[in-house]
Design a protein around this ligand. Structure first.
Ligand SMILES: [Zn+2]
Length: 343
């Protein structure tokens, strides 16, 4: 057991933990706003919390024992924060699982799933494993969605403040443009070079010296679990090990199991470059999965069909996030598979 630093109410064994808490506090001061959940529920979008609510949740997790780590800043200077669990305080030698959500700013169900998972991990003994969760990987984009929701604007938002799709900016076959990127280049803008965006370069730098052997990225809304590779049609050598985990998660995530598919086949054979899914797999040698959380929330109400927020987010954030968090927990905490069978 580590003893908490006496100078703060939080454990601060990790370097910069105090600075990160200060950065979190300042961000909250800048963006404090009335709760948004009731407003969204009235509109049929479901009781989602806004950006300030996400920061408050991170603050509560820190008070309960999560270690907040500063990774860097967004284009507009918002702090990019990770929550550390388990052996995080023992530093860089622990085997590490990384969970990322909110790269695409409309996909709030992924952020809710991250926070639900964090709630399940806080205070737990994870053995020699460290888990790092980055709930809001694109804070500028999420803030833009937050403002749109408050002001009743129905907008599709996919980029960071530079207009870049952060999930095309990772250094894994960056710049490879498949069919989709050629058809709608403005949607999948990859940036000026690999890791040109501060959000992606901060994440890559922070993880560069860690032993990342499991990675999970949370998106929405395809009801699917994806595994590498996205940039080529051929399956990687360790496809079977990925599939075992993907199938387990797919079966637990919903009553009707999710689809399990290699990234490049998710969009009918349209290959994609610069994805986090491939970067974790190729750069770190990690088992890397991408969950398309839920099947969205088109529903039957016409108001939902016209609202991009509803496309990406089911109207039941709590139940959906809790269920997916439980489904991915074994993978994230380093559970083992047995000769090709789900554990
Ligand atoms: Zn996405």
């Amino acid at each position: 057991m580590e003893t908490p630093d006496a100078s703060t109410p939080f454990p601060s064994g990790a370097p910069d933990a105090h600075d990160a808490l200060v950065a979190l506090e300042k961000a909250l001061d800048r963006h404090r706003a009335p709760p948004i959940a009731e407003l969204l529920a009235r509109r049929g979008l479901g009781p989602y919390r806004g950006y300030a609510g996400m920061l408050e949740a991170m603050q509560r997790l820190a008070a309960a024992g999560a270690v907040i780590e500063p990774l860097g800043h967004s284009v507009r200077g918002e702090p990019l924060l990770a929550l550390g669990f388990g052996a995080a305080r023992r530093g860089r030698f622990a085997r590490t699982s990384v969970v990322v959500s909110g790269l695409h700013p409309l996909e709030w169900i992924g952020i809710e799933t991250s926070l639900a998972l964090a709630g399940r991990l806080v205070g737990r003994d994870l053995g020699d494993r460290s888990v790092l969760i980055v709930p809001v990987a694109n804070p500028d984009g999420v803030l833009r969605v937050d403002r749109n929701l408050r002001e009743g604007r129905r907008r599709f938002v996919r980029h960071n403040a530079h207009g870049v799709d952060l999930n095309r900016n990772f250094d894994a076959r960056w710049g490879h443009r498949g069919l989709l990127a050629r058809l709608v280049p403005s949607v999948f803008r990859a940036g000026t070079r690999a890791e040109s965006e501060p959000e992606v370069s901060a994440l890559a730098f922070a993880l560069g010296s860690r032993r990342v052997d499991r990675a999970l990225s949370l998106h929405s809304f395809g009801g699917a679990v994806l595994y590498p590779s996205s940039h080529q049609l051929r399956a990687p050598a360790d496809a079977e090990e990925h599939r075992v985990w993907a199938q387990r998660i797919a079966a637990l995530a919903d009553d009707r199991p999710y689809r399990v598919v290699q990234g490049s086949w998710f969009a009918l054979g349209a290959t994609m470059g610069g994805l986090e899914l491939d970067w974790f797999h190729e750069r770190h040698g990690a088992l890397s999965l991408l969950v398309e959380c839920s099947r969205g929330g088109f529903g039957l109400r016409p108001s939902r069909a016209l609202d991009p927020f509803a496309w990406f987010n089911p109207p039941t954030p709590h139940a959906t996030a809790t269920r997916i968090a439980r489904a991915v927990e074994g993978f994230v905490t380093g559970g083992v598979t047995v000769t090709g069978r789900a554990p």
